[in-house]
Ligand binder design. Structure first.
Ligand code: PMV
Length: 346
């Protein structure tokens, strides 16, 4: 017997990839492994509630984003529920209402699909678990990661604290295409990383990530790129273990530029960086050379610059961001390594 009232709230953070996922096949299977840092302040909160169905649709979903019905994303979520209904058997009998909100401004240019699909997967899987009377243990997060992947690949990595790896890799035990895994052996120098997100432009991007992924099919450099990313994933695991900051900086920045190089060399080709992106990168590299402060940049599929640095150097870096980089961005969001998702009291 289903309970009359089921309501849960989950908070799921965003993440920033160091080794980039770019290119996919089949049912959301990555062409290479990727490795990211889970964030803290940039998150999505989802409240999911069941009620009696009033229609005979396969799924009856009302999806609200920040208080307003969002048809477009709601349809994507409804499709996600139908496609994965073996995980959500309750959709046959129950209507679902989802209220979603982000901690970061709507048009900040921060990718929200990772945190959104993360939080949606957690909330709905939690409902399935409680209806079936199942205990939540470590495999709950693996299953949630698998589901999140099916919604948005990068979301799979938001389920774990600190660094997380997604995608089968010959050199990494337990790595999987289905779900991400936590990287647990992390040297102290990488244990308190900060990420200052410089919002260079806040317009919606011209080319979606899913189009970007598909342009890796028949891309002239695809094969080498996937091989490189797999090798770099394994290298980064070692770097995180041994605490080699110089190697981290080099790998991280090259990954960012390689991601954008893939966009510039695909057919159709396109460009997501803006003049402010380039200026910020050049100034950051100069600052590092002169100050010897271990700080580096990365980019996701957009113009914004993520500035990564150990918490021990926050005074120097944040002074530089406030003064040296001030002309390059519209606003800055200070974030840092996070502990992963949290269940809230509904
Ligand atoms: O999860 P998606 O399909 O939105 O792809 C994200 C791709 C990048 O953010 C550019 C890289 C990554 O690994 O997160």
């Amino acid at each position: 017997e289903l309970m009359n009232k089921v309501k849960v709230t989950w908070r799921c953070p965003s993440n920033i990839a160091i080794v980039k996922y770019w290119g996919k096949k089949g049912n959301q299977i990555p062409c290479n492994s990727s490795l990211s840092l889970t964030l803290s302040n940039s998150f999505t909160e989802v409240e999911a509630e069941l009620s009696e169905k009033t229609t005979d649709e396969v799924v009856q979903l009302a999806y609200y984003f920040e208080g307003k019905i969002n048809e477009q994303f709601g349809q994507r979520v409804a499709k996600f529920l139908v496609d994965n209904r073996e995980f959500f058997p309750f959709i046959a009998e129950k209507a679902i209402t989802i209220h979603s909100s982000n901690s970061f401004p709507h048009s900040a240019g921060i990718a929200s699909s990772a945190s959104a699909f993360g939080a949606i997967s957690l909330a709905l899987l939690d409902i399935t678990y409680s209806l079936e009377g199942k205990e939540k243990n470590a495999t709950f997060y693996e299953e949630a990661s698998n589901l999140a992947r099916l919604g948005s690949g990068s979301a799979s990595r938001s389920m774990f604290p600190g660094f997380a790896l997604w995608g089968e890799n010959q050199q990494i035990r337990n790595s999987s295409n289905q779900h991400a895994i936590a990287i647990k052996e992390v040297h102290p120098v990488f244990q308190n990383m900060k990420d200052a997100i410089l919002i260079i432009e806040d317009e919606p991007k011209k080319v979606s990530s899913s189009v970007g992924h598909s342009l890796m099919n028949n891309h002239p450099y695809a094969e080498n790129r996937f091989k490189q990313a797999n090798e770099r994933t394994a290298e980064l695991v070692e770097i995180l273990k041994t605490g080699n900051m110089e190697a981290f900086i080099q790998l991280c920045e090259s990954e960012a530029l390689t991601l954008h190089a893939m966009m510039m060399t695909s057919m159709d080709y396109y460009l997501l960086v803006k003049p402010g992106t380039i200026t910020a990168i050049e100034k950051l590299m100069e600052f590092r050379k002169e100050s010897k402060v271990p700080v580096c940049f990365t980019l996701d599929a957009g113009p914004n610059v993520h500035v990564l640095y150990p918490k021990a150097y926050e005074a120097e870096v944040e002074e530089f961001i406030g003064n040296g980089l001030r002309d390059t961005y519209k606003k800055v969001i200070f974030d840092e390594e996070g502990v992963g998702p949290t269940k809230m009291n509904s």
